[in-house]
Design a protein around this ligand. Structure first.
Ligand code: ADP
Ligand code: MG
Length: 454
């Protein structure tokens, strides 16, 4: 049999080495750790990457340079193409290298602020979070040397705290004398206030400005807290100037945080901001199976399917459903069957009846999100800062309730149904062109449903 004439692997290996010497280690880890040589074809090399997002980013950032290096090395024009690999294989590879590392290291006493369960090893990677997880991994391996600060944003229960603490746990294990502080923004604010009351400002400053890695969770809590923002601004500058790593999480993009000083906002946006999306069905199944494996329980696949089909937007709720089932099974000393799961989790799955969502609720949630009053949204004013949130509210009303355009129009200051149709069209157009739109709408819909639950 004729041997493959086009085997460019040797050029690829050299190209990688060359690339590694040209960019920071952190960048290299982030973009090249999960990229593998796949095969060669005539005048082309195929590489395996974890997602289309990765492929697009690599194309944009490195493709020209990579192809140039290959040209220099081989003297021929060889193009690079990508194959997207399924998630399971990638997960296995990551886990294996993580495992080897943990086995090698001796255990240190545990870090008191970090939950030891929040590790990279326990974090399941899917399309929705691969970028955020890989960036986190790269940062943990190389703190302070690239993306600084790193900010992860996304809805409730999607793994922000888990990833943030995984950075802490991994770096804590990897580097001997590293000083890592993890706080929620709320704790940061409370400690700051206490330090003023007790005149211990110097201790507070020393605590936060002498770290190697500062992890602050839920910075949306800082909205409207001017003094704390100012303090964080100075802490930020001190750490940034000495190349210390900072990582933050937020429940929404920084651009949508309200009552935040411009200078702090620009600091948050300076490094890398990445969003976490809700996991798709396959990733939910993988996450739940991992939890089942960790808890060492026996759950039929049909039950896993049932849970994952019903809980879509929140990984914490997936876990809660599982915990509830296990507790029940232990209590009555029975195996978990599909029938038991259906019965036990009925309330858990019960999405609020969408017909019960009122336009009122939608208006309240949307108004609050945009810092407007309820009456602004219902009223007649047409300036842009109101018109856009109003269009969003109308769009959501049509999406998740049964009200007609006429009925929706009446609730929005007696507007005509064509106005509502026009608003929906505007938002639909925007959904096609603006990638921030869908996460925003999803976030609002979730908040509206949760509001009904309260
Ligand atoms: P957030 O901070 O975004 O509200 P958390 O980080 O607290 O969410 O995550 C909620 C729960 O879901 C945690 O127990 C976490 O371990 C789990 N979780 C979230 N994403 C994943 C994932 N990709 N793999 C495994 N567990 C996850
Ligand atoms: Mg959290």
């Amino acid at each position: 049999m004729k041997k493959n004439e086009w085997d460019y692997k040797i050029f690829w290996d050299e190209t990688l080495k060359q690339m590694q010497s040209e960019i920071t280690e952190q960048e290299y880890l982030m973009w090249f750790r999960n990229m593998y040589y796949n095969r060669s074809e005539e005048s082309r090399i195929l590489l395996t990457v974890p997602s289309s997002f990765y492929r697009d980013q690599i194309k944009q950032r490195y493709l020209d340079r990579l192809e140039n290096i290959i040209l220099e090395l081989s003297g021929q024009k060889i193009s690079i193409d990508f194959v997207i690999e399924n998630k399971k294989n990638i997960k296995k590879k990551t886990n294996k290298s993580d495992k080897l590392k943990t086995e090698k290291k001796l255990k240190k006493p545990r870090h008191l602020q970090l939950n030891p369960e929040y590790t990279f090893k326990r974090f399941v990677i899917g399309e929705n979070n691969s970028f955020a997880a890989n960036a986190a991994y790269a940062i943990a391996k190389n703190p302070g040397r690239g993306y600084n600060p790193y900010l992860i944003y996304g809805g409730v229960g999607l793994g922000k705290t888990h990833l943030l603490q995984a950075i802490g746990n991994s770096a804590y294990e990897e580097f001997d004398k590293i000083k890592i502080v993890y706080v929620t923004a709320e704790t940061f604010a409370n400690e700051f206030i206490l330090s003023i009351q007790n005149k211990t400002g110097h201790i507070f400053k020393n605590k936060f400005r002498s770290v190697d890695i500062l992890l602050i969770d839920d910075i949306h809590f800082l909205q409207g807290k001017e003094g704390t923002q100012e303090e964080l601004f100075h802490t930020f500058n001190a750490l940034y100037d000495s190349n210390k790593q900072m990582v933050f999480t937020s429940d929404r993009p920084v651009s949508e945080l309200k009552s935040l000083s411009d200078r702090l906002r620009s600091r948050f946006e300076r490094g890398l901001n990445v969003d976490l999306q809700p996991p798709n069905y396959e990733t939910r199944v993988a996450i739940l199976n991992k939890k089942i494996e960790e808890k060492n329980v026996n759950i039929p696949d049909s039950v896993v399917e049932l849970i994952c089909k019903n809980i879509k937007n929140n990984v914490r709720d997936l876990e809660k459903a599982l915990t509830k089932l296990i507790a029940y099974a232990e209590l009555v000393n029975k195996n978990i069957t599909l029938e038991i799961a259906q019965r036990q989790l009925k309330d858990f799955f019960a999405e609020p009846n969408q017909k019960n969502i009122t336009i009122d609720t939608i208006q309240k949630v949307v108004a609050e999100y945009f810092g407007l009053s309820f009456n602004d949204l219902r009223g007649k004013r047409r300036n842009k800062s109101i018109a856009y949130p109003r269009q969003i509210a109308m769009y959501i009303a049509r999406e998740i309730t049964e009200f007609s355009t006429t009925e929706v129009g009446i609730e929005f200051g007696g507007r005509d149904h064509t106005t509502v149709m026009h608003a929906c069209q505007r938002i639909e157009d925007r959904l096609k062109t603006d990638p921030t739109m869908e996460p925003l709408i999803n976030h609002l819909i979730r908040s509206i449903k949760e509001y009904k639950n309260q």
